[in-house]
Design a protein. Structure first.
Length: 251
């Protein structure tokens, strides 16, 4: 589930996308673990997560790596229904994960059917490449994502569109982009559903035709009514292979 933006840290008054992520687990009270690595395990970010996921509808926890206190992180992550990755510096996120072996555990969790979700860095990390401000103040291409999903990804598409198009012209693999408030729901490696927290924002498949960038719109289902949520869920589950493993990525 790749959110182009939104979720608890960007749309605190709108729980539609976060509720959809939890619902994808199929558990009535899912265990959800927050990975705030890209934000340097920022304490205020962690507090926001617990504030958003408190209330008894799930079992929230977090895993810090900069001041790591847990020996068996594999056991912790594989016991979850949902792993939710926060935003921040994508390149640093991937480097820290690889140093701690988290990249291998996340692949194992994905293959076991754990829902993987995230925003910004937590969206791009599942793909092979994207554009990021990890190297300074300007957007620049990066490669070396986890590669659970092929191609590139661009969250915050309205703000990063020009940089993403330049990267594609420079040889980056084609991919999918999403504006703030949109989530791309993958099942296995298939884009199974596109959903939005509100009317307006869009997602796109983006690639090159010759030297021209082509954007193919992906119209989202707006999660503003129970029947819309059911329609999105049915679309995601329509694959004959089934809904596991599911992968979510957010903005």
């Amino acid at each position: 589930m790749a959110l182009g933006g939104g979720g608890f840290s960007e749309e605190p008054g709108n729980t539609a996308l976060d509720d959809y992520v939890l619902d994808a687990s199929g558990s009535p009270r899912p265990r959800v673990c927050f990975l705030p690595t890209a934000g340097g395990d920022n304490s205020s970010y962690i507090v926001k997560f617990y504030a958003a996921f408190a209330g008894g509808h799930c079992e929230p926890s977090h895993l810090a790596l900069f001041n790591r206190t847990i020996d068996d992180v594999r056991a912790v992550l594989l016991s979850q229904d949902v792993i939710y990755v926060g935003g921040g510096n994508t390149v640093n996120l991937l480097a820290v994960w690889r140093a701690h072996g988290i990249d291998l555990v996340l692949r194992e969790a994905w293959e076991a059917g754990v829902v993987l979700a995230g925003l910004c860095a937590g969206s791009m990390c599942w793909f092979e490449s994207g554009v990021t401000a990890s190297f300074g103040t300007r957007m620049a291409p990066f490669s070396g994502g986890l590669g659970l999903l092929t191609g590139s990804n661009c969250p915050h598409y309205a703000q990063r569109r020009d940089a993403y198009m330049d990267a594609l012209r420079g040889g980056m693999a084609p991919g999918v982009s999403a504006e703030d408030g949109v989530a791309l729901h993958y099942v296995d490696r298939r884009l199974a559903a596109v959903v939005a927290s509100r009317e307006g924002p869009r997602a796109y498949r983006v690639g090159l035709a010759g030297d021209r960038v082509i954007e193919a719109p992906l119209r989202p289902v707006v999660l503003d009514r129970p029947d819309a949520v059911r329609a999105a869920r049915a679309a995601a589950q329509s694959d004959p292979i089934g809904v596991r493993p599911a992968l979510a990525a957010a903005h």
